[in-house]
Design a protein around this ligand. Structure first.
Ligand SMILES: *Cc1c(COP(=O)(O)O)cnc(C)c1O
Length: 422
């Protein structure tokens, strides 16, 4: 490895080193409830911070454009084999830089510019890359967006079917960033088949639940499955595409040379480690625990008078609707952050407020569950959140002393639960 005389980060760049340490402390001392975040393990972080970052490897194992692939090829092959085993997929491409490039690659592989695509609209909990107007996917493709029902906030399968029949899309996305219920993959597959569309499932948020058996898998139903590797799957920041064998060549060509140059081998290594961790039986317990804790937190918040979109959850996330309390999510989220409680303001379906200050708070349980918190701790989590919201809505504006007190309680509460990787 390194010669011992080479100065380390702290000596070379104390400024950057200090900022990283401060971020470590912040992640250790705060109640991290952002639904897209997690704690990657020490092993994942080590693989990620390795000499593999120095190597170029354009191409695929056995078909490279550079020399020196002795260890990169077996490494990428290992990551591919583990991804396929974990999800039961016919094909895996581990090179996408992140979730958004993975989605663009799926579109590049299966559609022509100008083709019609369908996806869940952003305000209803969908992702930008499923055809939202400001995204490349909404600019280069003709996007039709479906939503959720006004009364129960559940995906309106009747609307999906009638839009699909009317617009004959080339591809239908199923997946979300802020939808607290299970997805009905067989129902989406039936609609896609009826109108001759490809079905693409984006499991970025729920990949860890799918891998751990806590959410139904789209693999038997979808032509292509895309995901991030850093959310519930608890790996490094990155993307992954799984597909039927029939689409393998098109997917690989779309990722490289279609969209990307050299793969990030250090990230590939970290993905391989994360897949190994997720193949361990303990990961099943982890995935199940996330869902149990999310349900417990949902019940505890409802018991305190809060309204939840869809009334509850059956995945890792909940969406608190503050509109009955006539509160904006932005300020509440900012004050909660001051209290050491990290979550994000999020639109709720049919939100009466503007996107920058929406009515909702999105809460996810993947990170806290990685620290070992379980359902029995959710009553305390709910109390801390409720006290933080009270502080945010205090008549005199933000009450700093109250926030400081909550911050201290959060730190003390988290003490017995070591944060992985830090
Ligand atoms: C997070 C997310 C993505 C994008 O992932 P990035 O890694 O941030 O590009 C794509 N799709 C869904 C559904 C997501 O939640």
């Amino acid at each position: 490895m390194q010669s011992s005389s080479e100065p380390d980060l702290r000596a070379v760049d104390p400024e950057v080193d200090a900022l990283i340490r401060q971020e470590d402390d912040r992640q250790r001392d705060s109640l991290r409830l952002i639904a897209s975040e997690n704690y990657a393990s020490k092993a994942v972080l080590q693989a990620s911070a390795s000499s593999l970052t120095n190597k170029y490897a354009e191409g695929y194992p056995g078909k490279r454009y550079y020399e020196g692939m002795d260890f990169i090829d077996p490494l990428e092959s290992l990551a591919i084999a583990r991804a396929r085993a974990l999800f039961g997929a016919e094909h895996a491409n581990v090179q996408p830089y992140s979730g958004s490039p993975a989605n663009l690659a799926a579109l590049l592989a299966l559609c022509q510019p100008g083709d019609t695509i369908m996806g869940l609209s952003l305000p209803a909990g969908g992702h930008l890359t499923h055809g939202w107007k400001v995204s490349a996917t909404g600019i280069y493709y003709k996007a039709v967006q479906y939503g959720v029902r006004r009364d129960d906030h559940l995906i309106d399968m009747d609307e999906v079917r009638s839009l699909a029949r009317a617009h004959k899309p080339k591809l239908i996305w199923v997946g979300h960033s802020a939808y607290p219920r299970q997805l009905d993959f067989p129902a989406f597959a039936a609609i896609a088949q009826e109108v001759g569309a490809y079905l693409a499932a984006d499991i970025a948020h729920i990949a860890g639940l799918v891998a751990g058996g806590a959410h139904p898998s789209p693999i038997p139903h979808a032509d292509v499955v895309t995901t991030t590797t850093h959310k519930t799957l608890r790996g490094p920041r990155g993307g992954l595409i799984l597909s039927k064998a029939a689409h393998a060549a098109a997917i690989d060509k779309a990722v490289f040379p279609g969209l990307q140059g050299g793969p990030h081998n250090h990230t590939t290594a970290a993905k391989a480690v994360a897949f190994k961790e997720a193949l361990d039986p303990a990961f099943k317990t982890y995935a199940a625990q996330i869902v149990t804790s999310a349900r417990a937190l949902a019940e505890a918040l409802v018991a305190r008078g809060y309204t939840l979109s869809t009334g509850g959850t059956d995945n890792h996330l909940l969406l608190v609707d503050l509109s009955p309390k006539n509160l904006g999510g932005r300020k509440v989220a900012q004050v909660l952050n001051t209290c050491g409680i990290e979550l994000n303001a999020n639109a709720v379906p049919f939100d009466p407020r503007k996107p920058f200050d929406p009515s909702g708070l999105r809460i996810g349980l993947a990170a806290l569950t990685s620290r070992g918190l379980t359902a029995q701790h959710m009553d305390t989590v709910a109390t801390l959140i409720a006290d933080g919201i009270d502080a945010a809505t205090h008549a005199d504006g933000v009450d700093d002393r109250r926030c400081l007190a909550i911050r201290g309680r959060v730190r003390e509460f988290l003490q017995p639960f070591p944060a992985p990787g830090l």
